[in-house]
Design a protein around this ligand. Sequence first.
Ligand code: OAD
Length: 266
Amino acid sequence: MVTPGPAAAVASVPGHLLRTVRAARRVSVLTGAGVSAESGIPTFRGAGGIWGKYDYTRLATPAGFSEDPRLVWEWYRLRQREIWKARPNPAHDVIAAMEMRFEDFHVITQNIDGMHERAGNRKVIELHGNIWRMRCTRDGTMIGIPGPVGEIPPVCQCGSLMRPDVVWFGEALSPAVLEVASQAARESDVMFVVGTSAVVHPAAALPALTKDSGGVVIEVNLEPTDVSTYADVSFFGRAGEIMPALWTLISSPERFMTGHPIIRDR
Ligand code: OAD
């Protein structure tokens, strides 16, 4: 089922789905760059996307880093400055509120911007790392980065280069992190999939794990994706509008919902 915008989304969500979400114990939210777009952080694909402007082979691969670590760090410093100025938007806020509401809740994010943590989420599974951490290229020592890096390229105490603790093209995700994410997906009664093009694997396959295990998949995106083909419902619009509209409905007291003219089973 497909709906056109936030108001229509709220008006047309099937009653049985709403009841499933309200009764859910295990809930996860898979996010991509689209959830941070309204905070002013650019997405990767589509109009104005990062990979349309920058050459990922030079900036986001192990080979690019070996060739020119300063260039790579310059680019990450630029992104850190951009993210530093940004603020969580209403979609992040709703996802933070969800963690308080559901007994067993996880954010599974492909984003490296740390915005979910800033919005208040504590259970965040970071599939692709975090731009606010770096690690030693020799011994793996991990160091948090409190703000945009100063001198580049940063060097470890051992004298070796530090690199951003993010997953680059051609690199595998941490098997442990992926296992935790897959288990959360399999066990979810409901998974929300927010602002991802769902083209990068293995993240893109997680909603199907929820679906195949009998859970409900609810998608929020500007446009259809592969997930739309099997999601129980897709809402097409801005996450910063759809998520608060959905949340208002989900958190409405049952009394209000009973007999409400816009909520009906189909
Ligand atoms: P993409 O840039 O591929 O996709 C962003 C998605 O968000 C698109 O489907 C948009 O339609 C949608 N979108 C944009 N603005 C939105 C809004 N305001 N509300 C709702 N949806 C919106 O980003 P990801 O799917 O996150 O990997 O990309 C996955 C991975 O590819 C990234 O983690 C990154 C990249 O290469 C690594 O760097 C390892």
